[in-house]
Ligand binder design. Structure first.
Ligand code: SF4
Length: 259
């Protein structure tokens, strides 16, 4: 992705704190409009093409039809997700930057641990998420002229996400800005937006999925289960996180039966 040569933008802790307070209670559109003006083509949407990400792409595209969008293709992605990627490209006429994990790193991991290593232990699962998701993400965010990235995180998705700010400094990636415009939204808000704006969405939602990641690690949920219960469903004591948003190794986990 070529950018215009615009100078990098960094914000101080004090500025971000002030902005986070100002944007509390504001709409996602207001935050995205400010971000488009502030960061220009050094702003990008990071999406795995779940309902939240597709909603954000629609909103951001209405503000800037040339909005940058990228995704990490782990190599274990459901076909239904690829279908949505194509629908988004066609509907909005945007390029989706698709980034892949390092092939040599994948080969080494799979040769040593098997293709379905994640079922054998939490250590293996974290390794797989690191290799297939976190390492490529780190590479993208630090080498692709990005000053601010947008995620689809909502506070109500999980306890691990309950303190998500609308705007934050991403210290893991050189102090760029992380924007979470849907932080205050509920699942209903997202689906109301999708229906009202005819936003393409992953058809797995129509089969009982409420959070969609890699195919071998995602399943539909049962009535009454948490939104992210279908992610790594066999794990009882690990955070339902992969490291892209929150590090599962350090995230606090409270099991339903210990609340
Ligand atoms: S979600 Fe599963 S397949 Fe995907 S990177 Fe993580 S462990 Fe690997």
């Amino acid at each position: 992705m070529a950018t215009t040569g615009r100078a990098p933008v960094r914000l101080s802790e004090a500025e971000v704190k002030h902005l986070a307070q100002n944007f509390q209670g504001k709409s996602p559109r207001e935050l995205l409009t400010w971000a488009a003006d502030k960061f220009g083509d050094r702003l990008t949407v990071c999406s795995s093409f779940q309902a939240e990400g597709c909603s954000i792409i629609d909103m951001a595209w209405r503000i800037n039809p040339k909005i940058r969008v990228f995704t990490i293709d782990t190599g274990r992605t459901p076909q239904e997700t690829y279908v949505v990627v194509d629908k988004i490209r066609e509907k909005y006429g945007i390029e989706v930057e698709v980034y892949l994990p390092d092939a040599a790193e994948i080969e080494k991991m799979v040769h040593e641990n098997g293709v379905n290593l994640f079922y054998k232990s939490i250590t293996n699962r974290f390794m797989c998420c690191d290799v297939r998701k976190v390492h490529p993400l780190n590479n993208v965010l630090t080498t692709r002229n990005i000053d601010a990235w947008i995620t689809g995180v909502r506070r109500s998705q999980a306890e691990t996400r309950s303190k998500t700010a609308m705007i934050d400094i991403d210290k893991e990636h050189g102090g760029i800005i992380k924007l979470n415009p849907l932080a205050e939204w509920t699942s209903k808000d997202v689906w109301d937006y999708i229906k009202a704006n005819d936003v393409p969405y992953n058809e797995l939602y129509d089969q009982g999925f409420t959070s969609i990641g890699c195919w071998p690690c995602t399943r539909a949920i049962q009535p009454g289960e948490d939104e992210r219960a279908g992610r790594w469903w066999w794990e009882l004591d690990a955070a339902k996180e992969c490291g892209i948003i929150i590090d599962p190794k350090t995230a606090k986990v409270t099991r339903a039966d210990s609340k």
